[in-house]
Structures are given as C-alpha cells and as structure tokens.
Design a protein. Sequence first.
Length: 166
Amino acid sequence: MIKNIDKKIYFALYNFTVSHGLISKQVVFITKFSSKVFSFIYFTVGAWLIYKNDPRLKNFILIPAAVYLIVKIIPLIYNRSRPFAEYKLKSLVKQREDQSFPSTHSGSSMIIALTVLNINLKLGVFMIFLSVLTSISRIMVGVHYPSDILAAWIIAITLNFVGVKF
C-alpha cells in the first residue's frame, strides 16, 4: 500500500515537473543550490556560536552529525533504487544510480533547519520552509520517493528532539 502511494505521488510530481519547463528549471535550481545555502547558514551560525562561546554549540554539531551518519548507514542495510533508475526515467539533475532511502538532502536540510531553530526562531522557521522546498524538489527532479523524504524527516525530528531533551 505504501509503495503504491509512494509511486502515485512520485509520478504526479515528476510528470508535472517534466511537462512544465519553467517549473522544471526552478526545481532543478532549488535542488542544485539549496545544499550550498544550508551549508553557508550552518557554518555561519556555527562560527557565531564559537565566537560567543555558546554552550549550544555541542548539540549544534553533534545532532546533525548523528543524523548524517544514520542516513548514510541505512542504505547499507536497506538498498532501495532511486525511482528514475527503477522506472528508466530521465533524472532532471545529475545523480548516481545508488540508494535513495532515506534522502540525505532532506535529512541534512531538516536537521540543520531544526538546529538553527533551536538558536533563532525566525531564521529556523525560514530554514524549515527551505528544507521542505528542497525535499519536494528532490521528488520533482526524479531522484527520491516521498517515503525517502518522510523517513529522513522522521530521523531528523526524532534526533533533534532527543538531543535537545537530553
């Protein structure tokens, strides 16, 4: 059942994207450059925390590192093909035909947004919005299923919650 829902949502978004040139260009731009935006903001806030000798720096570094490690280990256990490779479609961005579950882009962008949210409410909310755009763009360009995104978000939200509470 989940696989059918995944497939329907994936094809609805992917087909919409490939049939609308302007949308396609915008989505490709988002998926290509969002990681640079997230990296810039993450390192800028990290530098500010170092400068201020802020005790939140430890969580700011360790929680995203844990999320990244988990989203990189899971594909070693559960190997799921990327949708463009599985269905012999054209990916709108250059992408290896490796594992798609869970989405590293989505997990990384969401945990960075959440760790920034723990530091600055307005910037964090803005980054969550950007993370959602980034994640949806990964489906629209053909490289992820919706469940890849959802799993990455669950990992990020759970580890952020655990990291902040303990």
